[in-house]
Design a protein. Structure first.
Length: 282
């Protein structure tokens, strides 16, 4: 049996390259993880040259987390971000799901044009919409309220695109049979259509959760008080003209990554399935 040494050599080189890239990508996160448990005096002592002391604290402490959660009220910011993410995910799935259902299943004049106009909005960057959106929210008297954090972002063109593709894969006979049997559109949507696109709902929900959890610019400009301030702005506020409390920034950054990691770990299978299946046409 002849062994193809060239193929083995190529695979070995590829795996080594991937391993090196993985280590390079993980190093900043490992440094953040170790630094979150380091006292201020040890934080930058062993940065250069890089060694195991760079990533592993010699005198691990929980004081950084204690200061964040107890003295600075960081728990309130975590709760605000979780509440914002929950409201954004729930509202977006409802609004985008109903819109996608209409575009995919119900025939009406101008349906194709309306869909193209919605898709066109994906090309408009946030920076171009920020000031008009701010003026509209301010005109409605919603500035500096929790509602202002999520209301402008419930309609999402990408989620409408994703859900429309999945609804289009459902046989139209299923929809027509339900309508002929006298089932109202509300029940068709809730009981027949939504259960058939669960992977897409999870994918869209995860995307909106990540966006809402990482929100920074919009909360910064729409909120004037700290009552509803989110975790991203709270971490940024640790940078002051007087000092930069790096140990608290590392601890806060670690806390902010925990929900993302947990959610993606348990839902990654559905996320991948939802993102892949909508683009597959037989």
């Amino acid at each position: 049996m002849r062994i193809d040494t060239t193929a083995i050599g190529r695979k070995t080189a590829l795996y080594m390259l991937l391993a090196i890239l993985t280590i390079l990508f993980l190093m900043p996160y490992m440094w953040m993880l170790g630094s979150a448990f380091k006292p201020r005096s040890e934080l930058f002592t062993y940065v250069f040259p890089v060694s195991w002391k760079t990533f592993i604290p010699l005198e691990p402490t929980l004081r950084n987390f204690s200061r964040l959660l107890n003295e600075l009220g960081f728990m309130r910011n975590i709760f605000n971000s979780l509440l914002l993410a929950a409201a954004t995910v729930t509202g977006s799935i409802l609004v985008c799901g109903m819109t996608a259902f209409v575009l995919a299943m119900i025939e009406f004049p101008g349906r194709r044009l309306l869909y193209l106009l919605i898709m066109f909005t994906m090309m408009v960057p946030f920076e171009a919409r920020m000031i008009p959106t701010f003026l509209v929210v301010q005109g409605l008297g919603l500035s500096n309220t929790f509602t202002a954090l999520y209301l402008p972002w419930l309609a999402d063109a990408f989620l409408i695109f994703l859900f429309t593709n999945h609804f289009s894969e459902i046989p139209s006979d299923l929809y027509h049979a339900a309508v002929i049997d006298g089932c109202p559109h509300r029940k068709v949507f809730w009981r027949i259509m939504l259960p058939n696109i669960v992977p897409a709902l999870i994918s869209g929900g995860l995307i909106k959760f990540f966006i809402a959890w990482d929100a920074y610019v919009w909360p910064l400009i729409i909120l004037r008080s700290d009552k509803w301030q989110v975790i991203g702005v709270a971490i940024a506020n640790l940078f002051t003209d007087q000092s930069i409390e790096w140990e608290l920034i590392f601890a806060g950054s670690l806390l902010s990554t925990v929900p993302i990691i947990i959610l993606f770990f348990f839902l990654q299978k559905y996320y991948i399935a939802g993102m892949m299946s909508g683009g597959v046409k037989e």
